[in-house]
Ligand binder design. Structure first.
Ligand code: B12
Length: 356
């Protein structure tokens, strides 16, 4: 499936300019909340303005309204926990609409303005009635509920030794490593994000805990990497600028448990490096992980360039935006998508060896 994005070009080209004009209006409308003379606050406001527009543009270009709605919901929750006024997003987008409508500044067609305004209005109305309750990922029906609670407590107390001991004891007692990925590491990482989002833990706690989980995962490699191997191989990568690699790494480890040989390239990969590895290793499947929704255009470009360069292996995609819109993968030119560990394994087995 391809989408027509030419109509969005003027918005993409003028994004920076529009963001700054919108911000100036927002400052006028919220004089007590924003101080343009505070350089740190101003820098943050510029970043936020660009973020808002990035998500809007990706949602429009992929024809996926849910991506923008989910972003606004996420931003609304974040802002409320940071004690920003409830109407911050509304004021920003009302200002943005005003800027779009100003004929002296920009030459957007009426149709373009209408499409953008409709998308904004419908997303804003979807979050008007919603709550900011994110919920917890540490649920009673998790078979490792007790271990997950303990693991979380240890790491939020910055005690990675206790967390590592807990996992090693579980392995010693015969817990399947795959179960530890599914029921401990995965929900823990999501919970970590939720706690950060609600301003309940610091960035330092999130970084510490993520690094500790990576370290503890590597303590399991004598079990995971030594499983008897089949002939299946997977090249796994993120696009440039994408720093979230944990999901991809977990998938690779999970497939290794099933005998796959995985080439994990991790975060922030330049396209040329991916092509080189694809050429050298000729894997059965390529996996691309994307967490930040605004990176979707890079995923689309990577897949189309792979195809243009004659690579025929199946490409599967996944990550946060694909979980929000389970049809999004079709827009990227990929051959499949899955969300949960077992579905990803099944998908990889299904597409492997299939030539396009
Ligand atoms: C750890 C973390 C980071 C670390 C990443 C370190 C690393 N080495 O990976 C760092 C500190 C770098 C980071 C940075 C940022 N982060 Co962050 N991060 C997280 C966190 C807490 C955990 C990520 C993780 O480990 N998830 C666990 C894995 C297992 O989940 P997963 O990736 O979704 O993978 C599963 C599936 O999606 C699927 N899957 C994944 N990839 C693929 C690929 C294929 C092919 C397939 C088939 C399936 C598949 O399989 C997995 C198993 O089910 C998440 C919370 C969250 N909800 O994910 C926030 C989160 C993703 N981050 C967030 C944000 C905002 C940021 C920053 C913008 C923060 C900032 N202000 O700087 C930056 C952006 C960085 C960038 N440019 O990429 C937000 C994103 C919200 C949004 N609306 O987009 C989240 C959701 C936190 C939150 N709740 O608010 N982050």
């Amino acid at each position: 499936m391809t989408t027509d994005t030419a109509w969005l070009e003027p918005l993409i080209i003028k994004q920076q300019e529009l963001a700054m004009e919108t911000l100036a209006l927002q400052y006028d409308k919220m004089p007590t909340e924003f101080d343009p003379k505070d350089p740190v606050a101003h820098q943050r406001a510029v970043e936020d303005a660009n973020y808002h527009l990035n998500y809007l543009i990706v949602s429009l270009s992929t024809e996926s309204p849910i991506l923008f709605q989910a972003y606004l919901q996420w931003a609304k929750t974040l802002f409320s926990h940071l004690r920003l006024p409830d109407n911050t997003l509304e004021v920003f987008f009302e200002a943005f609409k005003q800027v779009l409508h100003d004929p002296s500044q920009h030459q957007f067609t009426e149709n373009t303005v209408n499409r953008i305004v409709n998308a904004i209005d419908s997303a804003l109305s979807s979050i008007r009635v919603s709550t900011n309750d994110v919920g917890s990922f540490i649920t009673r029906n998790n078979p490792l509920h007790k271990e997950l609670s303990d693991y979380t407590r240890y790491l939020l107390d910055a005690d990675r030794h206790a967390a590592a001991r807990l996992v090693q004891t579980m392995l010693h007692n015969g817990t399947d490593p795959k179960s530890i990925y599914k029921h401990l590491f995965y929900p823990f990482q999501i919970e970590l994000g939720n706690l950060w989002h609600q301003n309940k833990i610091s960035v330092a706690q999130e970084h510490y805990s993520t690094a500790a989980t990576q370290y503890i995962m590597s303590l399991m490699y004598d079990k995971i990497l030594t499983t008897p191997k089949t002939d299946r191989s997977l090249l796994a990568t993120c696009v440039s600028g994408e720093l979230h690699e944990m999901g991809l790494r977990m998938i690779c480890d999970y497939l290794e448990c099933y005998g796959w040989n995985t080439y994990f390239l991790g975060s922030n990969m330049p396209d040329h490096g991916i092509f080189q590895m694809a050429k050298d290793k000729n894997p059965h499947v390529m996996a691309i992980s994307c967490t930040m929704t605004y990176q979707i255009p890079k995923v689309i470009k990577l897949i189309s360039t792979l195809r243009a360069n004659g690579f025929t292996m199946p490409v599967i995609v996944g990550g946060y935006p694909f979980n929000l819109d389970t049809n999004l993968w079709k827009t990227t030119g990929a051959d499949g998508y899955a969300a949960s560990f077992d579905d990803i394994h099944a998908l990889a087995e299904t597409v492997a060896g299939r030539d396009r």
